[in-house]
Design a protein around this ligand. Sequence first.
Ligand code: IFM
Length: 440
Amino acid sequence: MSNLSLLKNFPSSFIFGTATSSYQIEGNKYGGCGKSIWDEFAQRKLDGIDGLNACNHYEYFEEDIKLIKNLGFKAYRFSFSWPRLFPENNHNFNKEGVDFYQRLLNKILEHDLEPFPTLYHWDLPIRFSDIEGWENSDTCKHFADFSYFVSHQFGDLFEKIATINEPWCVSWLSHYLGEHAPGKKSLESAVSTMHNILLAHGMAIEALNSNRSHQVGIVLNNQYAESFDQKRENLNATKLFDSIHNRWFSDAIFKGAYPEIALSVLEKYLPKNYNHDLKIISNPIDWIGLNYYTRSIVKFDESENGINYKTQRGSLKKTDMDWEYYPEGLSYFIKRIHKEYNDQIPIYVTENGMANDDKLSSNGEVNDENRIEFFNLHLKEILNCLNEGFPVKGYFAWSLLDNYEWAFGYSKRFGLVYVDFDSFKRIPKKSYYEFSKHLL
Ligand code: IFM
């Protein structure tokens, strides 16, 4: 049986926290929240299973912050909901929404936790669909205004802030693979979004810092790319996958350029002035967030559009998402960021965790041994990185609560805390107690 006794070996300055996002937990039927692209996508593609109630964090947030404190954690990563703050249009803010985040931030600080807000975790207000959402660079300008607003309203209550959560999901997963809102399946749409979401990030840095000085970061989801075998065609396919999934975003942010191998296929869909935008995209950041979950096995697969690869799962132990446990990938990316991109940048593992088929037992407990094993394996990798001198500064478990897992609705449980979605009762799982046992 695994345990988390390795937690005692982390330096006291290391920040343990947990992460959530607005649409996944708040419940958009509360507090005057407006509709987002996810509400529309849920009606169209997910049989109406949406975030209307989610975990009702809007009403239960005080209990949730106490749960984080009682874990022994030091930080809370959450996101601001753009449609909650601007439900109707881009000019009139929702006072209830502003009050909510004010109360939330005050509660976080009252419990001596560090807030780690994110400006965008996928709930784009539905009105932007009229202008094709992130495919239109006007959305970037509106996002910069929104960023300024957040800094102006709440900027005295936090130091660090992330602009975008997982730009690959916002673009490729949502506009090429069609699995997330808005559910498009077009290479052209995906590439416009891959560029604009980064432009929005760069413009947000300027907007935030024009109000006051912040420590700004961005959160990238890196997925380890393993070639199916050593055949040249599969090795090349793996490089293409890596450059679209991972390097596109990190090269642009740190080097102000897109990787050649991805450009050879995607450049024709980029706007003419993309090199000019890359100067904004590569505005300096103060920290980088790394979300890490799994690896993909990559094979050559010829396609007319040049995306000549397909991915498959390997034979390693899997989570309830059918994602393989591959902890080695986490230290691989920590080292890669440090060695290939920026040896000064503080690295935060802003998400890591697993879906497990958790069941509430008759005595009211949730025994999620698998999750303890998963955390232990990944934390071991981080500890090794720390011992080798890599600047990893924090680790955020995904997630505090079981919540709305996007296209999977409420069927996948990622929480340290079990949620009964009818009564909103919160029940800490065994993994929760395992963290608190060693951290408190
Ligand atoms: O639930 C998501 C989260 O919103 C973004 N990162 C991955 C998590 C698990 O799929």
